[in-house]
Design a protein around this ligand. Sequence first.
Ligand SMILES: CC(C)(COP(=O)(O)OP(=O)(O)OC[C@H]1O[C@@H](n2cnc3c(N)ncnc32)[C@H](O)[C@@H]1OP(=O)(O)O)[C@@H](O)C(=O)NCCC(=O)NCCS
Length: 180
Amino acid sequence: METGSLSARIEPQVHIRPSRPIDVDGLTALAERCSDDTLYRRFHGAAGLYVRRELGRVASPTWLHRSWVAVADGAIRGTATLAWRRSGQTDIAVLVEDAWFRRGIGRRLLHRLAAEARRLGVDVLTPTVQADNERAVRFIRGVAPDATVRFAGGAELDVRIPVRALGATELRAAHPGEAA
Ligand SMILES: CC(C)(COP(=O)(O)OP(=O)(O)OC[C@H]1O[C@@H](n2cnc3c(N)ncnc32)[C@H](O)[C@@H]1OP(=O)(O)O)[C@@H](O)C(=O)NCCC(=O)NCCS
């Protein structure tokens, strides 16, 4: 008979930490390992120079944006960015390497963003999600069941993730020694 422990999924060892300028090469390598579709979902169709510029931005926080990376098996497997729009809304963008999908990296990155947002007094996260990005919608609904996802016409969804939906207690319990 199969026991609970035998059927349990084994989560990989993942370290989440703030990005830093020396991560540019690791982020570039991450992007090179991602499928075209995954890059399209994160960079919205931009390529080449724009992607390199954006990765440079991910590696170097400013007062307008800050990012984290997920390191596993000796390489950066995912990254997430919290950024302030001119409108005052707080955008987020998450990217995980295809071969590492469904291993909890996106969830951990989103919780890390939420912890920082909460610390800064942000109540709602508003990611830019393409209207046909079903994986991202399932991810958001899976990690933040209180999120609202509306199709309002056009190419992007209207997504609102209440920060309170991403419990601080859950983050602490799941990842006790996580670096800020
Ligand atoms: C969306 C994305 C970040 C998810 O990352 P991930 O590391 O695979 O997500 P996780 O493993 O942490 O998944 C957390 C939960 O989300 C849900 N989920 C994620 N991917 C799913 C899928 N393909 N189908 C159904 N549910 C899914 C599940 O509830 C999952 O929990 P479970 O595995 O315990 O069932 C990743 O697919 C990605 O980088 N996509 C391309 C970039 C993109 O679309 N970014 C926009 C997001 S803001």
